[in-house]
Design a protein around this ligand. Structure first.
Ligand SMILES: *Cc1c(COP(=O)(O)O)cnc(C)c1O
Length: 354
């Protein structure tokens, strides 16, 4: 049994995907070919935003968002400590300071109460310029944007939705990748919507941001092909990956139904034995991971292994515990919820063909 069965998905979509790849091989437009524009159109339509701009991976998507928002040295950007490294990495990469926030016990997502506390402390200290929040849709469940958007407005902060794991989720019918000023996702093969290599996308309703993103992703290009007007990067989605994603996106709604069925089956069998993931009223998850909590994690994972069921730990180390962030100043009381989760969570197999 596979933790994520990409081979089963390929077998299901083989004819369509092979045909799409062959089309790219035939026309030969490997960089920014017609499939890239087609995919951006379909992604924007699916999410319900004005602009989808593809790029090379989910980390670049976040970096491009940081560039558009002018995140720089001296800025504080608030993000959860219980997340994948890239969320915090991109903040430090711009020379800004990540200010970590504890998690919500029930959803594992950034805790709005602690977020406001950290913002107030940062303002009171007066050393950093509070500039933005990156909220993460951890394990496929959208963060609490109803509260977070209010906080962002109250303190005049930009809001970025890191939906690398969140593509396909929703709150009251509003889709993930449509929250905040800019949202980002990843098409890493193991994410809910994955390609056959690296890929990513940025979503926004802001026309000015969209123009900037398209410039930054191709060396800061201007209107004249030979005049670069700003310092950018090289971060494009390959045409072949776009072609593959077009077929996977068409199948995605069906896979999402299957993921939800798998999650419901897990809940039926495991509730009471473990703390199982709960989806708040009005929310839907894309179930990037099915993550449960056990005080006897090592023992439990060994038992699953005996039965041929692979399990994984996402995440065993919080951001404030990472060696790379050892010099980042954190409050002395630590992050009790996130630290407890890092010691007790593990994830079960989850994909659309379980
Ligand atoms: C995977 C992931 C990223 C980075 O995506 P890549 O495509 O691997 O660069 C960023 N944030 C979160 C929360 C992720 O899970």
């Amino acid at each position: 049994m596979q933790f994520i069965d990409l081979a089963a998905q390929y077998q299901h979509l083989k004819t369509k995907i092979d045909k799409r790849i062959q089309t790219v091989l035939d026309h030969g437009n490997y960089i920014m070919g017609p499939e890239v524009q087609e995919l951006e159109h379909e992604l924007a339509k699916y999410v319900g935003v004005k602009h989808a701009v593809t790029c090379a991976n989910g980390t670049d998507a976040l970096t491009l968002a940081m560039m558009v928002l002018n995140i720089e040295k001296g800025d504080a950007v608030f993000c959860p400590t219980f997340t994948f490294f890239a969320t915090a990495e991109v903040i430090a990469y711009e020379g800004a300071t990540p200010v970590f926030v504890d998690s919500d016990e029930e959803t594992f997502n950034i805790c709005p109460v602690d977020l406001e506390k950290q913002i107030k402390t940062t303002i009171a200290e007066g050393k950093l310029n509070p500039k933005a929040i990156i909220a993460v849709d951890l394990f496929g469940l959208p963060a609490n944007y109803l509260e977070i958007e209010k906080i962002a407005e109250r303190y005049n902060l930009k809001l970025v939705e890191d939906a690398a794991q969140g593509f396909g989720g929703s709150i009251n019918g509003k889709k993930a990748c449509s929250f905040g000023d800019i949202a980002t996702t990843s098409f890493f093969p193991a994410k809910p919507l994955g390609c056959y290599g690296d890929g990513g996308a940025i979503f926004t309703n802001n026309d000015e941001y969209a123009e900037l993103l398209k410039s930054y992703r191709v060396h800061g290009k201007g209107n004249d092909k030979y005049d670069n007007v700003r310092i950018g990067m090289n971060s494009r989605l390959d045409t072949i990956q776009a072609a593959i994603l077009l077929e996977k996106l068409a199948e995605f709604p069906t896979e999402l139904v299957n993921r939800n069925k798998a999650a419901a089956n897990y809940e039926k069998s495991l509730a009471g034995k473990y703390k199982t993931p709960q989806v708040p009223e009005g929310y839907t998850s894309s179930w990037a991971q099915y993550t449960i909590v056990s005080e006897r994690r090592d023992e439990e994972m060994a038992r699953y292994k005996e039965h041929g069921i692979p399990t994984m730990i996402y995440y065993g180390t919080c951001m404030h515990q990472q060696t790379a962030f050892i010099d980042t100043q954190c409050r002395p009381e630590g992050f009790p919820v996130a630290e407890r989760l890092a010691k007790s969570v593990f994830s079960l197999p989850m994909h659309g063909y379980l």
